[in-house]
Design a protein around this ligand. Structure first.
Ligand code: NAI
Length: 308
């Protein structure tokens, strides 16, 4: 099995590193437009193989898509990241051109690949991929809610002073500071609803911290985060290549699910060998559905920039 990661920057390299450590592929191609950059990252990672004990061959290439031929999964991380004070939406113009070109090149050599879009603004980039590539919708997956849900569980674990692996929780909607919706009502700790364990003010703070989780890190780091985004991308790759059928929030094409159509938005889906395989319908109450609709409106407004 071969996997390609496009963009050897912070997120792409971290994603590739996780894929290699987990031995999700025999061959991993890391591609970047910057001369020699992916080659350098690939060699550096390969020099960890004997230290970490993995057996994945990582090849770095500068923009040569023929080397990606026959990939089962391609993860797209190429594009500009946020700087402090920037929103993900401000990246739209530049990243749209990059993501479209990259995806077309990938499919030229790997017509059966499942595409995972990470570049921001991710909801719009996923929609762009859906509309421009003509692939079956289950083969296009946007990664955002997987990361936001991991951040939600992190903040819940801090509030509960517990191991975050004992938590379940999903963030749905758009992957934006104001468009994501932490589904607090459905979050659990060891099967107990967190609404019974934490007071309203604490839960509201957890949700608020989650929503600005990315911006908080951008402020601290001077650029956007990479460990959790890279790990989230690799977790989706793992569920696909091992056909784990795990439940993740992913940005997928909706056709009436959660009351929305002609949009890509974050909802809980089963991820397996065929890409995203099924939307799971968490019954939203009136307030949650209103937030979801508002999130859809905001993402639709961003998507409309693509047609201008
Ligand atoms: P980075 O700047 O470290 O890496 C981006 C890489 O893409 C660079 O090495 C650059 O040379 C490469 N690149 C640019 N144009 C290219 C092209 N046409 N073909 C191939 N490679 C190209 O940025 P970082 O931090 O890795 O972030 C990457 C993207 O992921 C950004 O758009 C960022 O906003 C997004 N992101 C998304 C997250 C999500 O949850 N969806 C989370 C974190 C970041």
């Amino acid at each position: 099995m071969k996997i390609t990661v496009v963009g050897a920057g912070a997120v792409g390299a971290t994603c590739a590193d996780n894929i290699a450590r987990k031995e999700l592929a025999e061959e991993l191609v890391l591609l970047d437009i910057k001369e020699g950059f992916a080659e350098g990252k690939a060699i550096d990672m390969m020099q960890t193989a004997t230290l970490l004990g993995f057996d994945t061959k990582i090849t770095g290439v500068t923009n040569d898509y023929s080397k990606t031929a026959g990939s089962a999964v391609a993860v797209i991380t190429s594009g500009l990241p946020r700087k402090p004070g920037m929103t993900r939406e401000e990246l739209i113009g530049i990243n749209a051109g990059i993501v479209k070109g990259v995806a077309e090149n990938i499919l030229k050599y790997s017509p059966d690949a499942i595409i995972i879009v990470i570049s921001n603004p991710m909801d719009t980039m996923t929609y762009l991929a859906l509309k421009s590539l003509g692939l079956p919708k289950n083969r296009i997956i946007g990664m955002g809610g997987t990361l936001d849900s991991a951040r939600f569980k992190y903040y819940l674990s801090v509030a509960l002073n517990c191991n975050s692996n004992d938590l379940q929780g999903f963030v749905i909607g758009g992957h934006g500071d104001t468009t994501m919706i932490p589904l607090t009502r459905y979050a659990t700790y060891q099967s107990l609803p967190v609404t019974e364990l934490l007071d309203k003010a604490t839960l509201a703070k957890v949700a608020a911290d989650t929503m600005v989780g990315g911006a908080t890190l951008t402020g601290l780091l001077g650029t956007s985060a990479w460990y959790a985004p890279g790990a989230a991308g690799a977790a989706l790759v793992e569920s696909i290549v091992r056909d784990e059928k795990k439940l993740f929030t992913c940005c997928v094409a909706l056709d009436g699910e959660y009351g929305q159509k002609d949009i890509c938005l974050g909802v809980p889906v089963i991820v397996g060998r065929n890409g995203w395989e099924k939307v799971i319908d968490y019954k939203l109450n009136e307030e949650e559905q209103a937030s979801f609709n508002k999130s859809a409106d905001a993402v639709r407004a961003m998507n409309s920039v693509l047609h201008d």
